[in-house]
Design a protein around this ligand. Structure first.
Ligand code: PLP
Length: 258
């Protein structure tokens, strides 16, 4: 693994370098733009800025970037692949960061994820609830869990990019609520690329808010609504999201993953 900010070969560790300072300045400038977008969207929606938490999605970027982001005031970061997230979280274990796991999660990765994640946003099936619960208990940690909703999935089904169909929310929520080691946090979605909500991000996020109201009537503490990414954070804030997950707009365009 290479580090953008590590010194020349033979130097002792990653001290501040010109390249590192450039990267930090770039991240600071990008963060300022994103902050301004969130603040404007809050103002336009008559919401307080504190109602929306920025989660920076650091997937594909090195631990050195996570460190810069922390220096710049970021406290919530997200990753979508355990293989990348586990070593990165270990390198940043000295920082007071909340790690959100937002990717499709296989049960064989659950033990690893439960060792560093504070919140798993992609809970979409009962098997995963059971596995997360035993891993959390074993690690003696409490894991926040969001139910990932696939707004374009058929009743009884799941989405192509993960998520449970809306008719499966209640059952999963009850399971999380009853599971030792897990805390039901709320709902998460990704705006659908297909189906009736394709190209209608704000309508999609409003729909998620309705499901959130339904959930909160039985589980008042499950008040997190995670929606909106670089391209559609304004629509998510307008609809009522409490958490936006922003990658590209802060860190830059990611190389395509195979
Ligand atoms: C990558 C990712 C994001 C961030 O997307 P950007 O378009 O880069 O802001 C948000 N949510 C999830 C689930 C992701 O996988």
């Amino acid at each position: 693994m290479t580090h953008r900010d590590s010194g020349p070969a033979g130097s002792s560790g990653p001290g501040p370098t010109a390249a590192g300072e450039d990267r930090k300045a770039e991240l600071a400038a990008n963060l300022a733009v994103v902050e301004e977008r969130i603040a404007s969207a809050c103002a336009a929606a008559g919401r307080k800025r504190e109602e929306v938490t920025l989660i920076v999605v650091t997937k594909t970027y090195p631990a050195s970037d996570v460190r810069f982001l922390h220096e710049l005031g970021v406290r919530n970061v997200a990753e979508n692949r355990d293989q990348d997230a586990a070593p990165k979280a270990a390198e940043c274990a000295d920082l007071d960061l909340r790690w959100h796991f937002v990717g499709q999660l296989q049960t064989n990765k659950v033990r690893s994820v439960a060792s560093y994640a504070d919140v798993v946003q992609s809970v979409d099936r009962l098997k995963l609830v059971t596995a997360l619960s035993s891993a959390a208990v074993r690690a003696e940690r409490e894991l926040g869990c969001l139910i990932q909703v696939a707004l374009d999935a058929e009743a009884g089904g799941r989405g192509d990019r993960g998520g449970v169909a809306p008719d499966g929310i209640a059952e999963l929520a009850e399971a999380v609520d009853a599971a030792p080691g897990l805390r039901l946090g709320g709902l998460m979605t990704v705006a659908p690329l297909a189906g009736p909500f394709a190209g209608r991000e704000q309508a999609a996020f409003r729909q998620l808010m309705e499901f959130s109201s339904g959930l909160r009537s039985g589980h008042p503490a499950a008040n997190m609504v995670s929606a909106g990414m670089s391209a559609d954070l304004e629509q998510a804030v307008a609809a009522g999201a409490t958490h936006v997950r922003v990658g590209t707009a802060v860190l830059g365009v990611r190389p395509r993953l195979g």
